[in-house]
Ligand binder design. Structure first.
Ligand SMILES: Cc1ncc(C[n+]2csc(CCOP(=O)(O)OP(=O)(O)O)c2C)c(N)n1
Ligand SMILES: CC(=O)[C@@H](O)[C@H](O)COP(=O)(O)O
Ligand SMILES: [Mg+2]
Length: 636
C-alpha cells in the first residue's frame, strides 16, 4: 500500500517518520499529475501547495482548527489528506468530487464559494465566533493567494484583523506571484521583490535559522523584526503588514516542509493574528507546468501526464475567440475603446488586444468593483471602456454598475463571458445571475448574441453607445454556426415563422438554436410556431410586446435565472400593455446548481428541447382549445 493510501485523516500524518513525509509529498505530486491530467482541473495551483498543505495538517487540528482556502481551487491536496483521495476519478463531475471545498463532502471543508478574496472575512468571523462561545482553544487558518490578496475584500478584512490583537488567526499568504498571469499592482511588486532579490536564498536560510533560535511567543517577532536592518527592501512585505499592526513571519520557502512547520508552529503559539508568507511555485514539480508561461497550468483539460500537451486539440472556435477577434477589428476604427480585465486577461480573450494596445489595456487584479468604477472614470474622461469579465464575477461589481455607471448614464460596455450555465465549476461559477441583476439598472441595454455575426453587430453598437451601460453576454459553449434571421422586423430577428402561429417562442443567445428545435417538435404535433430573437433583449422592445398580442401562448427560453430574466420583463411589459396572452418561462430555477456538465444540468432543470416541447404541448392542451395533440409523444 502506498503512503498516500494509508492517510485517511490528517492525524495519520503524525504517525509518519520525517523521511516518509517527503516520500508522501512526492506521491501526492505524482497522484495530482496522473489524476488531474485525466479529468482536467486546477493542476498548477495544487502542485504549488503540496508541502504547504502537509504542513498545515501537521500543525493544526482540522476541523477543530478550520482551514479556509481562498477561492478553493487549490484544495485538492487538502481533500487527499482528509480521506477523499479515492474519489479523484470523479473530480468536477456530476455526483462526483467537487473541484472546490464542499461542505457536504467533509467536515474539513468550511467554504465552497469560489469567488476570490473572501477567506479572511470568513476567518475573522469564525475566530470571533469561537471566542464568544468560549472555544478559546481553536485557531482559524486562512490560506490566501497573492492573486486573491489583490481583492478589496481581503484588505477590508485585514484592516479589522489588524486590531483584533488576541484573535487566534493564522493567515498564510500562498505567494506564487501568479493569478493566471503574473499578479499585478503595488502589492505584488512588494511581495515579488523577494523572489527577484539576489539575497533571496540567503534571506530564507537566515530567517529559518532565526526562527529556530527564537523561542515561542513574542520574542520570535522581535528577532525577525530586528533582522530587517540590512534586509529592509527584501523584507518589504514585513513592513507592509507590520505597519498595519500585523505580526509577520517570512518569507518562508513554501516547498521546505521543515521551515513551513516551524513557522506555522510559531504562528499557532502566538495567540493573535499572524501572517505567514510562503513563497511557492505554481506547477511546482511538473516541468511542463513550470515552463508554461501563460498560467503554469492554472486550469487544464485532459493532458498528456508527461509532456503536458492537451489530449484534445481545441478545433472549434469559442465565443472568447470571437470576442478577441472583434476587439481587434474595432480597435482601429474606435481609438476611444480601452479594455479592462480583473486578473483574467487571457481567459476573457484580451491577450491580443493587450499586446497590440498595451496603453489601452488595464489589468486591475482580482478587483471587479474597482474595474467597474474605474471604467466609469474612463468613460467620464471621454473614452469607451470595455470591461471583459466572467458573468458570475459581475456579482462583485453590481453596486458600481448600478450607481457609478448606470446612474451617471455612462457609455461603459461590459462583456460577460461564461454567461449561463457553466457546470463543472459548481454553484458559484454558473453565470446565471447577470440578467436579473443588470436588468434592474435603469437605462441599461443587454444583448445576448446567438452567433458571431450578431456578436460583431452588438459589440460595435455597444462601443458606439455613449449614454448608457451596454452589456453583452455569451456562454462557455463553442461558437455555433451563423443563424441568419429569415426577416428582421423592428429590431427583432425572426428565425422561423408560421402563418398565424399559435405559439411565439422568444429566445436569445445560446437558447436560439434550442428554440428552433422546440419549434420543430411542436410543429410535428400540429402546433404552429414562430421563433424570434430580440438580440438586445433588455430593455424589452415595444415591437416584441406588440408581437405577443397576435399569439395564443408566449414561451420564453433563456440561459439565466427565470426570476428577473427576459421572460419576467416581457410579462411585465405585456401586463402593462393590457395583453392577457398566457406565457410560459423556461430558464434556470432559483437554486444553487451542483457540479455537472452543462448538458446534464440542462436535463436536470428541464431545459432540453424535448422537455420544453412537452411542457408547451401540455399547456396548449390544458389551457387553450388547440388541435388534438399527443403530449405522450414527448414522454419517451
Ligand atoms: C472574484 C473572482 N474573480 C475572479 C476569479 C477567477 N480566478 C480564479 S483563481 C484566480 C487566480 C487566483 O490567484 P491566487 O489567489 O494567487 O491563487 P493561485 O491560483 O495562484 O494559487 C482567479 C482570478 C475568482 N475566482 N473570483
Ligand atoms: C477558479 C476559477 O475561478 C477559474 O479558474 C474557473 O475554474 C473558471 O475556469 P474556466 O476559465 O475554465 O471557465
Ligand atoms: Mg497566486
Amino acid at each position: 500500500m502506498s503512503l498516500l493510501e494509508s492517510i485517511h485523516q490528517p492525524s495519520d500524518l503524525r504517525a509518519l517518520q520525517r523521511p516518509q513525509l517527503d516520500e508522501l509529498a512526492a506521491e501526492i505530486r505524482q497522484f495530482l499529475i496522473s489524476n488531474v491530467s485525466r479529468t482536467g482541473g486546477h493542476l498548477g495551483p495544487n502542485l504549488g501547495v503540496v508541502e504547504l498543505t502537509l504542513a498545515l495538517h501537521l500543525t493544526f487540528d482540522s476541523p477543530h482548527d478550520p482551514i479556509i482556502f481562498d477561492t478553493g481551487h487549490q484544495s485538492y491536496v487538502h481533500k487527499m489528506l482528509t480521506g477523499r483521495g479515492g474519489e479523484f476519478a470523479s473530480l468536477r463531475q456530476k455526483d462526483g468530487l467537487s473541484g472546490y471545498p464542499c461542505v457536504a463532502e467533509s467536515e474539513h471543508d468550511w467554504v465552497e464559494n469560489s469567488h476570490a478574496s473572501t477567506a479572511l472575512s470568513w476567518a475573522e468571523g469564525l475566530a470571533h465566533g469561537f471566542q464568544l462561545r468560549g472555544e478559546t482553544d481553536r485557531t482559524v487558518v486562512a490560506v490566501i493567494g497573492d492573486g486573491a490578496l489583490t481583492g478589496g475584500m481581503a484588505w477590508e478584512a485585514l484592516n479589522n484583523i489588524a486590531i483584533a490583537d488576541d484573535l487566534p488567526l493564522v493567515i498564510v499568504v500562498n505567494d506564487n506571484g501568479r493569478s493566471y498571469a503574473p499578479t499585478v499592482g503595488g502589492l505584488s511588486r512588494q511581495l515579488g521583490a523577494i523572489r527577484t532579490d539576489p539575497r533571496y536564498e540567503q534571506t530564507l536560510e537566515t530567517i529559518k535559522t532565526q526562527m529556530r533560535r527564537a523561542r515561542f511567543g513574542r520574542t520570535a517577532y522581535d528577532v525577525l523584526h530586528g533582522m530587517k536592518s540590512g534586509l529592509k527592501d527584501i523584507l518589504a512585505p514585513q513592513e507592509m503588514f507590520s505597519d498595519l499592526g500585523l505580526k509577520y513571519l517570512g518569507p518562508i520557502d513554501g516547498h521546505d516542509l521543515d521551515a513551513l512547520t516551524e513557522a506555522l508552529e510559531l504562528a499557532k503559539g502566538f495567540g493573535g493574528p499572524v501572517i505567514v508568507h510562503a513563497i511557492t511555485k505554481k506547477g511546482h514539480g511538473f516541468r511542463a507546468a513550470e515552463l508554461n508561461k501563460a498560467d503554469h497550468f492554472h486550469t487544464v483539460g485532459r493532458i498528456d501526464a508527461t509532456t503536458g500537451e492537451p489530449l484534445s486539440a481545441a478545433v472549434q472556435a469559442t465565443w472568447t475567440d470571437a470576442f478577441a477577434q472583434q476587439m481587434m477589428e474595432i480597435a482601429d476604427d474606435h481609438p476611444d475603446v480601452v479594455a479592462l480585465t480583473a486578473a483574467m486577461l487571457h481567459p476573457v480573450g484580451l491577450t491580443r488586444f493587450a499586446a497590440a494596445y498595451p496603453e489601452r489595456t488595464f489589468d486591475v487584479g482580482i478587483a471587479e468593483q474597482h474595474a467597474m468604477t474605474m471604467a466609469a472614470g474612463l468613460a467620464r474622461a471621454g473614452l469607451h471602456p470595455v470591461f471583459a469579465v466572467y458573468s458570475t464575477f459581475l456579482n462583485r461589481a453590481f453596486d458600481q454598475l448600478l450607481l457609478d455607471v448606470g446612474l451617471h448614464k455612462l457609455g461603459v460596455t461590459v462583456v460577460l463571458d461564461r454567461a449561463g450555465i457553466t457546470g463543472p465549476d459548481g454553484a458559484s461559477h454558473n453565470g446565471i445571475w447577470d440578467v436579473s441583476l443588470a436588468g434592474i439598472v435603469p437605462g441599461l441595454m443587454l444583448a445576448s448574441p446567438r452567433d458571431q455575426p450578431r456578436l460583431a453587430e452588438v459589440l460595435t453598437q455597444a462601443v458606439e453607445t455613449s449614454d448608457a451601460p451596454t452589456l453583452i453576454r455569451y456562454s462557455k459553449e463553442k461558437l455555433p454556426d451563423p443563424m441568419p434571421a429569415v426577416v428582421r422586423r423592428d429590431g427583432l430577428d425572426v428565425l422561423s415563422a408560421d402563418e398565424d402561429a399559435d405559439v411565439l417562442l422568444v429566445a436569445w443567445g445560446a437558447m436560439c438554436a434550442r428554440a428552433l428545435k422546440v419549434a420543430d417538435l411542436l410543429r410535428a404535433q400540429g402546433i404552429t410556431v414562430s421563433v424570434v430573437d430580440p438580440v438586445w433583449g433588455l430593455p424589452i422592445s415595444p415591437a416584441l410586446v406588440e408581437m405577443t398580442r397576435h399569439h395564443r401562448l408566449i414561451v420564453t427560453i433563456e440561459d439565466n435565472l427565470i426570476v428577473g430574466g427576459l421572460g419576467s420583463h416581457l410579462e411585465l411589459e405585456m401586463d402593462a400593455a393590457g395583453i392577457e396572452v398566457p406565457t410560459r418561462q423556461f430558464g434556470v430555477p432559483q437554486r444553487y446548481l451542483q457540479p455537472a456538465t452543462r448538458n446534464e444540468i440542462f436535463a436536470e432543470i428541464g431545459l432540453t428541447p424535448q422537455a420544453i416541447a412537452r411542457e408547451v404541448t401540455e399547456t396548449m392542451t390544458a389551457f387553450i382549445e388547440a388541435p388534438t395533440v399527443d403530449a405522450e409523444r414527448f414522454r419517451q
